[in-house]
Design a protein around this ligand. Structure first.
Ligand code: SAH
Ligand code: SF4
Ligand code: F3S
Length: 453
């Protein structure tokens, strides 16, 4: 094995991609690749891509453009594209960009060591591509890797994502994910528990279970599955000794069950923070989005959730300017925000994606109107977030420390609020430790307080 090669990974997109980048680092560490923060030092640059909207996809092409110059300066540099754009564009990336050496789709990252080996030894055609969507292959391969290799050196050691399912079967009309990540498939519970146990042994204290629609965990499993539901899984993971905080993302409102809501009342380490993407406050728009719930049913679920867990912090995703969205539809989204008073949200301008149904819809909304609506939504959200955050002033909150420097410490509450507090020169204040902070100031994006152990 040749030692000392440098690997630079640039990750775009969601937590799925972040987790995949960690796995890639772990895989390539076995081939002697050491992560570096600087693309200039790298022998291999991997761009782990996202195509959820046009903007992130364009960022990928712009970075790949810069890498063309880097390769001209250093012809031995290898460049690979992974993730959702690799899956979506496949061979077209090779055709458009002769400086790209390999393209690997979302389910084929386990082939990377073999593909790199062929490039190094000149045993292939000189360029490598693998874009099959074969989840049946990827899940057992991951488990083998997990058992046989140390964790990725670059990732933080007190909180980690654990992927519990891949793909998505929902086919929201605007969304590229079912095409880029394939069919929904759940990982066996025993495998997930094994990974959580390994992580806890390595010092991890907070686990976030990851899937595009975690509520349908267990619906499609490898083989026959074992009948485990998401709530069964949550209870099992919560029972692993050493897990101090448990989170999950993302939930589809249609599949949110009372059983899951009850977990917030019954599992004490389950953090009272819930990301429940609503997308729009208009039933007509929700129907064209193929979301399969109504505003009324969403609101009923929010109310029930709050009876189980009155302090829960709710976050959401919203798309503005979906094709055909009228001013009244958009106003209904603002009304929904004012009614639910989400603690925070991610909001996006609608963006046409290849091969999605909504790309063919008529009545597209102009960029100008989309921008105005986005600004109006975000303005109202900022007001609501600030009001919400002020509700924490005077309260004592449990904070998991993320980092401390001479300027002070930063950590997170169970509700997922970022908290800044003065560094009390306490030697035990290392990342991952739980402390109490008394909140005395609220901004729209974070809280501030005093260490009050
Ligand atoms: N599985 C998650 C979301 C994954 S994508 C879920 O269903 O909630 C993250 C967010 O990107 C979505 O919630 C949506 O708000 C946004 N999004 C997805 N496709 C989009 C598009 N074509 N244009 C604009 N925003 C989009
Ligand atoms: Fe996309 Fe809808 Fe699946 Fe979320 S649930 S990933 S928005 S298709
Ligand atoms: Fe982007 Fe793919 Fe995630 S499109 S949001 S990286 S699943």
């Amino acid at each position: 094995m040749k030692m000392g090669k440098n690997l630079y990974i640039k990750t775009f997109g969601c937590q799925m991609n972040e987790r995949d980048s960690e796995i890639i680092e772990q895989l390539l560490a076995q081939q002697g690749y050491i992560p570096t923060d600087s693309p200039e030092d790298a022998d291999l640059v991997l761009v782990n891509t996202c195509s959820i909207r046009d903007k992130p996809e364009q960022k990928v092409y712009s970075l790949l453009g810069h890498l063309r110059e880097a390769k001209a300066r250093n012809p031995s540099l290898r460049i690979g594209v992974t993730g959702c754009v690799a899956q979506q564009e496949g061979v077209r990336i090779m055709e458009r960009m002769p400086h790209v050496d390999l393209v690997v789709g979302t389910q084929q990252i386990y082939l990377l060591p073999m593909m790199l080996g062929r490039l190094e030894h000149g045993t292939g055609s000189g360029r490598e591509i693998a874009t099959n969507l074969d989840a049946g292959f990827v899940i057992p391969a991951f488990q083998k890797l997990l058992r046989n290799s140390p964790p990725s050196p670059a990732s933080p050691d007190f909180k980690r994502f654990v992927t519990i399912m891949q793909g998505c079967d929902n086919y929201c009309s605007y969304c590229v994910v079912p095409a880029t990540r394939g069919r929904e498939i759940s990982r066996p519970m025993v495998d997930i528990i094994e990974e959580v146990e390994i992580l806890v042994d390595q010092g991890v204290r907070e686990i976030t279970l990851l899937g595009q629609n975690v509520n349908s965990y267990g619906r499609n499993s490898l083989g026959d599955g074992d009948g485990t539901t998401f709530t069964d899984l949550l209870r099992r993971v919560a029972g692993v000794r050493g897990v101090q905080r448990l989170r999950f993302t993302t939930s589809h409102p249609r599949d949110l069950s009372e059983d899951l809501m009850r977990c917030f009342a019954e599992i004490d380490i389950l953090c009272p923070h819930f990301h429940l993407p609503v997308q729009s406050g208009s039933n007509a728009v929700l129907q064209r989005m193929n979301r399969k719930y109504t505003v009324e049913s969403y609101l009923r679920k929010v109310d029930t959730l709050r009876t189980f867990c009155p302090d829960i912090a709710l976050a959401t995703d919203v798309i503005v300017g979906f094709p055909g969205e009228t001013e009244a539809d958009f106003q209904a989204t603002l009304d929904l925000l004012a009614r639910v008073r989400f603690h925070g949200s991610f909001s996006f301008k609608y963006s046409d994606r290849p091969h999605t149904r909504s790309a063919a819809f008529v009545d597209k909304i102009s960029e100008e109107v989309k921008s105005q609506r986005l600004a109006r939504f975000q303005h109202l959200q900022d007001e609501v977030s600030l009001e919400r955050n002020k509700e924490y002033i005077g309260k004592k909150m449990e904070v998991m420390v993320e980092e401390c420097s001479t300027g002070g410490c930063k950590g997170r509450t169970p509700t997922n609020h970022v908290v800044h507090f003065a560094e009390p020169h306490h030697p035990a204040l290392v990342p991952g430790v739980l402390v109490s902070v008394c909140i005395n100031h609220a901004g729209k994006h974070s809280l501030r307080g005093e260490y009050c152990q």
